[in-house]
Ligand binder design. Structure first.
Ligand SMILES: [Zn+2]
Length: 79
């Protein structure tokens, strides 16, 4: 679970970008923190970089396939 201390730096949104699961090895469309929806592992990644592949970490059969979902968007356009 992603942690934060100062809530003033985070804003809740209903943006659909947070509802899409990306396949292992896909290009990250946004910079930020992505969560594996199978096991909860989180990664930080830059925009345009490659999300970790299927063999990056192990899942039990019950956890299913690795699928990455954006959970925190890193706003690098802010001034
Ligand atoms: Zn996982």
């Amino acid at each position: 679970m992603a942690l934060y201390k100062h809530g003033d730096y985070l804003v809740q949104t209903t943006d659909g970008a947070f509802d899409h699961d990306y396949q292992p090895g896909a290009t990250a469309p946004f910079a930020g923190i992505y969560r594996c929806m199978g096991c909860g592992r989180e990664i930080g990644i830059a925009q345009g970089h490659t999300l970790p592949p299927q063999n990056q970490h192990e899942h039990t059969p019950a956890q299913g396939a690795i699928r990455w979902r954006l959970i925190v968007y890193a706003d690098h356009n802010a001034k």
